[in-house]
Design a protein around this ligand. Structure first.
Ligand SMILES: *Cc1c(COP(=O)(O)O)cnc(C)c1O
Length: 233
């Protein structure tokens, strides 16, 4: 893909983010764009950095490792943030702690314990979001909503984790309006948790097909791959 196309795509996404935020009576700057770079080459990520992007999401530890540690993607005087948006296996927790600024996909108390253990050894406070499973799909990971209170309690009790919010991934619908009840439900779960004293500023929800709807329901992080980099091969 030519760089002009990449820049056009990014401008287009920012325009849509702004418009959706304004429609919702929100500040567009309160919505963070996480550019999802799974299957995207280092060369193209470099181009995206040259277009001004600074926050990237990967869904696999092994693939991310090459990119996060790549010298080509270091920018003098500028911090690149790497987020893990895909499922994390317990045996990869140690590497994940080394690589990622934010883990969106914390989906069990056992995994939290493992991340906390490695974060403690590394002397790091690991930022995390709890992924909540709101649909019945077998393929989706996440804490079931019935287990959310217990998970939040456990995670906030772990010294080397900092719980910043919730993430969800609704089923894919051709019509993105169909995803809206899932986004609304995540926001309501967050609002209720905040009434009980939790502080959960971040809602990671919305992908290429449905991020505008997610923003209308309060998304603070949208995870966009295809809309920026084109179809994955
Ligand atoms: C791939 C992926 C995305 C981005 O999906 P697009 O439809 O390409 O925008 C977002 N979140 C997660 C968890 C992903 O795996």
């Amino acid at each position: 893909m030519k760089m002009t196309t990449l820049l056009e795509n990014i401008k287009n996404i920012y325009r849509k983010i702004s418009y959706a935020a304004l429609r919702a009576g929100r500040n567009p700057y309160d919505v963070k764009l996480v550019a999802v770079t799974k299957t995207v080459s280092i060369e193209r990520i470099k181009e995206a950095i040259d277009c001004g992007l600074r926050v990237f999401g990967e869904n696999r530890v092994q693939e991310a490792q090459k990119k996060v540690t790549s010298d080509e993607l270091r920018v003098a005087g500028s911090k690149i943030e790497w987020h893990l948006v895909g499922h994390l296996q317990k045996n990869k927790a140690k590497t994940a702690v080394q690589l990622f600024d934010l883990i969106h996909s914390l989906d069990s108390i056992e995994l939290a314990q493992e991340i906390n253990k490695h974060a403690e050894k590394a002397g790091k406070i690991q930022r995390v979001l709890i992924q909540v499973k709101l649909s019945e799909e077998e393929t989706k990971h996440g804490v079931p909503k019935e287990g959310l209170t217990a998970a939040m309690k456990a995670v906030t009790g772990m010294k080397n984790l900092r719980l910043e919010g919730l993430m969800t991934m609704p089923p894919f619908f051709d019509n993105p309006d169909m995803a809206r009840p899932f986004f609304r439900e995540l926001r309501e779960l967050r609002d209720n948790a905040e009434k009980s004293g939790y502080v959960l500023p971040e809602l990671s929800m919305g992908m290429t097909n449905d991020f505008e709807i997610a923003i209308l329901e309060g998304a603070t992080m949208v995870r966009i791959g295809t809309g920026i980099f084109g179809e994955r091969k």
